[in-house]
Ligand binder design. Sequence first.
Ligand SMILES: [Zn+2]
Ligand SMILES: [Zn+2]
Length: 377
Amino acid sequence: MRQVHFGPAAAGQPDAHSLGCLPGQTVLCRAPLSEGVRAIRFEPGGAVELVQVPNPKPGPEDVLVQVLAAGVCHTDLHLLDEAKAGDLPPLIPGHEIVGRITKVGGDVYAANVGDHVIVHFEQPCGRCRQCRRKRTNLCEEGHTLGFDSPGGYAEFVVAKQSTVLPLPPSLSPAVAAPLGCSGTTAYRAVVTQGQADEDDLVVVIGAGGVGLSAVQIAKVQEAKVLAVDTREEARKAALDVGADDAVVPGGAAEAVRGLAGDVGADVIVDFVGKKITFDLGRSLLGHGGRFLVVAPGAETTTVSANDLVDGGKSYLGVYSSTMADLARVIALAEAKRLTPVVTRKEPLANAASVLEDLRNGRIVGRAVLFPGPMDPD
Ligand SMILES: [Zn+2]
Ligand SMILES: [Zn+2]
C-alpha cells in the first residue's frame, strides 16, 4: 500500500507525481490532497476497511481539519452492529476529534488555518426550533460527524466553524480527543442534567471511558461517588480517578448505605442501558433523586407512576451534548480537574482490532487512533 505522509514531516519531499510513481510503490507524497485521504470505513455487512476516499471539501462556513487524534467510543460498536445488520450505508465513524485546521471556507471568521481545535461531532443546522433554543444536541435538520456524515477515523474531516473550540496548548491531542464525546456526555449527565452538588451521592454504573469521566466530573462537583462495574480493572481505574468506592453490582446497595446511610443516592448515571442496570439504579435512588440514562438499549422494564411520584424522582434521558458542555469540559481539562483515561494508542489502520478489543471489554478507559504521526504534540 502507498504510504502517504502529511504535514511538516513531508515538507521538502518531492511530489509523488513529479516522480511518476506507480500504484503499490511506497513514496513520500508532498501533495497528497490531490490523491484523496485515508479513512476507516464501516461497510454494509460489518467489515472495517481502510479505504482511500475523495478529498473532503469545506463549504463557505466550514473548516477542513487534519485529524491528529480520534477517540474510539462504545457508540462506534453500535454503529458497526448497524452496518453488520445492513441498516447503515458505508460510514466513516469517529466522533471524538482533535486536529489542526488546514483550510477555511470563504465565510469563516471564527477560526484560522493552523489552529489546533477540538471538534464537536454535532453539526447543527442553526435554524430549526431546537437550534433557536440552543438545544443543538437535539437539532432536527443538522448532521452528526461519524454517524450520518464522515467522521474522524480519517486523515481529514470537515466541520462547521461553529463546532470547533481551541485546543489549549497544555492538552495533548490524545488526551483531549475523548473530551469530544466521553467528556461532554459525562458533563451533561452529571452536571447539566444531573445537577450533582457537594451534598450528593453520585452512582456511576459502568466505569468505561465515559464513566471514568463522570467519576471525575462528579468529584469536581464535590459529590461523593460510587462506581459500579463488573470488571476489576475498571473498578480500580475508577478508584484511581477519585471514586470514593467501587464495587460489583451485587455490592452496590451496601456501598450506597456506607456512603449515604439510608437516604439512597441522589444521582444515578447508567452508562450500560440494560434492564439489569436500570433496575439496579432504581433500587438505589433516594428521594429527590435523578436517574440519568446515557447508553441506548432496547430492553424493557416496568416503571409505575409511584416510582416517579414517591420521593419526587426524575428519570431523564441524556442525548449527546452541546458546545456549552464541551466548553466546560475543555476548561476542566485545562485546569487539570478532568483527565480522560487513555490506555491504548494505535495507528488508524489498526481500528478493527481496537474495536474488537473494546467489544470484548479489553480496553479500560479510552483507546485513541492516530491517522498521522503517533501521539503528536
Ligand atoms: Zn461517543
Ligand atoms: Zn437545528
